[in-house]
Design a protein around this ligand. Structure first.
Ligand code: ZN
Length: 178
């Protein structure tokens, strides 16, 4: 029997058809059944694996680096960390992150432009806006945390940058997942 050792941990190699105990429920060639020892409670390990946040980058070419976000239903709150990795100032190439139902994106973006830069291009009190960050310029970061209870499973959500002229390209989808 062979094993790969990593410090105090090891990965056992099984031969197909001659697996030894303990083994995976359904061993298949090329797969791995990792069994790791941890000193922290299992709930903490599960919380770490089930990330309740996401990092998104926006650049000077009017691009987000992700097309979609999955929010685990087990999260109470979810945090979006937005980083502007470009160099252009906020007034020329500002970016924010605004969450709405997919059906509300267009109208919300239009009203946001009317609201202006002082309001981060979000109409004050707009109930269609489920969460939003402020507008940031190159080299800056910001974040927003929202209650996952606001989201319904099966509903299509959209997020976008509401800076004038950006929402047509800078947008993505978001859904609640199990
Ligand atoms: Zn933008």
């Amino acid at each position: 029997r062979k094993a790969l050792a990593f410090g105090q941990q090891k990965i056992n190699l099984h031969r197909l058809g001659a697996e030894f105990e303990p083994k995976a429920l359904r061993p298949t060639p090329g797969s791995a059944d990792l069994c790791l020892l941890v000193s922290t409670p299992l709930v903490e390990v599960m919380a770490h694996l089930q990330r309740c946040d996401v990092a998104i980058e926006a650049n000077d070419a009017m691009q987000f680096n992700k097309p979609s976000i999955a929010v685990p239903a087990s999260c109470k709150q979810f945090t979006v960390n937005l980083k502007h990795v470009g160099k252009l100032p906020k007034a020329a190439m500002g970016h924010n992150w605004v969450l709405t139902k997919a059906a509300d994106l267009q109208a919300t973006a239009t009203d946001g432009i009317s609201a202006g830069a002082d309001k981060d291009y979000v109409k004050p009190g707009d109930t269609r806006v489920l969460a939003h960050t402020k507008v940031i310029g190159g080299g800056e970061s910001t974040s927003v945390t929202f209650d996952v209870a606001k989201l319904k499973s099966g509903e299509s959500y959209a997020w976008f940058c509401s800076f004038p002229g950006h929402s047509g390209i800078m947008k993505g989808t978001l859904a609640l997942t199990k």
